[in-house]
Structures are given as C-alpha cells and as structure tokens.
Design a protein around this ligand. Structure first.
Ligand code: NAP
Ligand code: ZN
Length: 354
C-alpha cells in the first residue's frame, strides 16, 4: 500500500505551485527510502512545472526536484550498499526497466537506448504507483538502489544538493571533452549550472573564461574560479577571443544566436550545449562550422558511476555549490527570481520546513 507524503505540487502550467500530497510506494527488495533534507531548484524544474518542453510534455500533478539529499529511513531486503541512517542523494534518475543496453551497461543510464530510464519527475512511473514519477520537492522519496548515491560526510549537505544535477551536468562534459591543463575552456551563463562549470573547469586546471550577460556578476565569476570574465553582449570583447577556445559549454536557458560563440572556437573544437531552452536556437551559420571543422554538441547530466566519482572528487577538493536556502513556500518567488537571473547561485529548499 503506497503511503502519503507531503509535497510541493504544480497542478497546471499556469497556476503557482502549492502544498499538497502524493503517494510513495512501499519499500521493495531493491529500494532505498529516505527523508529529504534539502532539494535544489533547477531551471529544468521551472521548464517542467510550466510545460515549456514540447518534446517532454508535463503530466499533472507534477512534483519537480532532482537535486535531493537526505537520510535513509528504510532499505529493502536485497539492498547491501545502504542502511538506515546513511546520508544519501538522488539526482535526475530513480529507476529503470532496462539496465542492460549498451549505454546502461556502461553506466550511462541517462542515454538508455530502450527508453527504460525513469527520470526523477515527469517520467511514466514504471511501478505504477502514480501516472508519473514525483521528484524531490517532498518530505520523502523511494528509489531503486542503483540510482542512490553516497554523500561524503565532510561536505555541507545543503551545498551538496545542487551537485546532483547542476554539478554533474558540467562535470561530465568537461571530463568528456578533456578540460584540463593547457586547455582554454569557456562557460556561458553564471547560473546554477554555470557556476559549477566555472568551479570544475578551474579545479581541472583549465584556463577558465566565463561569458555572462550580467556585468554585475564579473567579480563573482572571478571569485568562483574564472581567470577572465567576458560580457558576451560586448562584440569587441568577444572578438579578442576569436579562434582561441578548445571547448565552450553553454548553460543558457533561452534560445539565442550561437554564432558569436562558434567563432571563438579553435579548429576542431566544440561548443557543447547543456542549456535546454523552450524554443530552438536559430540555425548557426554553416560556413562558420565547416571552415574550422568545428562541432556543436550536446550533453545530458551524467551516469551514476560518474556522479559518484564527482561527489567523491568534490569531497577531496572541498567543492560545493554556492546556495541560498529557502523555505518551501518561497518556491514561486524563487522561480520569478530565476527568470531574472537573480540567483546566487542555486536556491535550495529546506524540506524539513514542509
Ligand atoms: P539558471 O540558474 O537560470 O542559469 C541560466 C543562466 O543563463 C542565467 O543565470 C544567465 O547567466 C544566463 N542567461 C539567462 N538569460 C539569458 C539570455 N537571455 N541570454 C544569455 N544568457 C542568459 O538555470 P540552470 O538551472 O543553470 O539551467 C540552465 C539550463 O540548463 C536550463 O535550460 C535547464 O533546463 C538546463 N539543464 C540541462 C541539463 C542537461 O542535462 N543538459 C541539466 C540541468 C539543466 P548570466 O546572467 O551570467 O548571463
Ligand atoms: Zn536539473
């Protein structure tokens, strides 16, 4: 019998989120149940609550939240990795009906080739507890142990929460495309994802350049690890960097012209898009790509083994997110502030206050 859990619910695309309740399944043999302490607020939560992604329509009621940290209350009979009292986390995935396709086998569950991965919210619920999976804006969650991460005890737990999406979404492409010593790496946008990109690119030893539309963020960009900050609306400043980047990762949450960034890539370099705007970007100029053999690529979060690697790396380097802790009833104001770029640099909900 599913039990009822308190949650913050989006009931339609146009109404504010409000307090409500949702069912959570009983703990099965391979499940881990935990009380949620903190949940980060990702721009994807806002896109989903407001049904902005045509390719991934929202099933209502919807409970967003995929940056989740808490304490284990119960584990299933076959669970060996976790026990009651452990500090754990869940990111963007909670379950799978696959686990065996080439991508799942390589620990890249986010790219499951059978569509079997259940994302933390707004995926059809593979267990049938509800029409959709419900995320971390809630008091409690149950997830398959494969998707539960160990949280290093020494890190600040509220600051850890955003690592589960914002952190891994930048860690993974920076690793994949080889950010490190001798490389010049650009991060576009200083929001939740972007500020983690600046921290990781700097920690990996790359020359790190932040592109921002907000001159007010220049000092923070440097404090967070950028060697240089470029205001991307200033064409003269942009021109100084033409053909000089090995990699640029864009976190921008709205549709925009990609050409000014493609022009900054060296021959054979890549612009990697991780931002997922509601409307498509205008098509880039083809000649700008072929005269330089440049690439535009995309990347989605990171697999479970790499997410654990990132958490352990963060413990070693003492990296967490820069956050503003909010109460659950502040969520609608937080969304409005996020749309204005007024976040330093991730809202984290204190879920104990729900
Ligand atoms: P966020 O905190 O709102 O940050 C987005 C940043 O983009 C803003 O802070 C702003 O930085 C910049 N920006 C906003 N409007 C802009 C404009 N008109 N022109 C240029 N830059 C603008 O959002 P987030 O949580 O980091 O998420 C960013 C995007 O990534 C969202 O679309 C989200 O859905 C997506 N996402 C993707 C993945 C994935 O797996 N690929 C995972 C999580 C999130 P400045 O003020 O510095 O310009
Ligand atoms: Zn996210």
């Amino acid at each position: 019998m599913p039990t009822t859990t308190k949650a913050i619910v989006a009931n339609s695309a146009t109404t504010p989120l409000s307090a409500g309740s949702i069912p959570r399944r009983d703990v099965g043999p391979t499940d881990v149940e935990f009380d949620i302490l903190y949940c980060g607020v990702c721009h994807s939560d806002l896109h989903t609550a407001r049904n902005e992604w045509a390719t991934w329509p929202t099933i209502y009621p919807c409970v967003p939240g995929h940056e989740i940290v808490g304490k284990v209350t119960k584990v299933g009979s076959k669970v060996t990795k976790f026990k009651a009292g452990d500090t754990v986390a869940v990111g963007c995935m909670v379950d799978t009906t696959c686990g065996t396709c080439p991508s799942c086998s390589e620990g890249l569950e986010q790219y499951c080739e059978t569509g079997g991965t259940a994302f933390t919210y707004n995926s059809p619920d593979p267990r049938g507890t509800a029409p959709a999976t419900y995320g971390g804006y809630a008091s409690r969650i149950v997830a398959h142990e494969r998707f539960v991460l160990r949280v290093p005890e020494k890190l600040d737990l509220a600051g850890v929460a955003p690592l589960l999406c914002a952190g891994i979404t930048l860690y993974s492409p920076l690793k994949h495309w080889g950010a490190g010593p001798g490389k010049k790496v650009g991060i576009v946008g200083l929001g939740g994802l972007g500020h983690m990109g600046v921290k990781f690119a700097h920690a990996f030893g790359a020359k790190t350049v932040l592109f921002t539309t907000s001159p007010s963020k220049i000092e923070d960009g440097k404090r967070l690890g950028a060697d240089e900050v470029v205001v991307s609306k200033n064409a003269d400043e942009m021109k100084k960097h033409e053909r000089s980047f090995d990699l640029i990762v864009s976190t921008v949450a709205v549709s925009h012209n990609l050409d000014p960034f493609v022009s900054l890539l060296k021959r054979d370099a890549s612009l990697v898009l991780v931002g997922a705007p509601e409307h498509p970007h205008p098509s880039p100029t083809v000649f700008n790509l072929l005269l330089g053999r440049r690439s535009i690529a995309g990347s989605a979060i990171g697999g479970i083994p790499e997410t654990q690697e990132m958490l352990d790396y963060c413990a070693e380097k003492n990296i967490v997110s820069d956050i503003e802790i909010i109460k659950p009833d502040y969520i609608n104001t937080a969304y409005e502030r996020m749309l204005k770029g007024d976040v330093k640099y991730r809202f984290v909900i204190d879920m104990k206050a729900l």
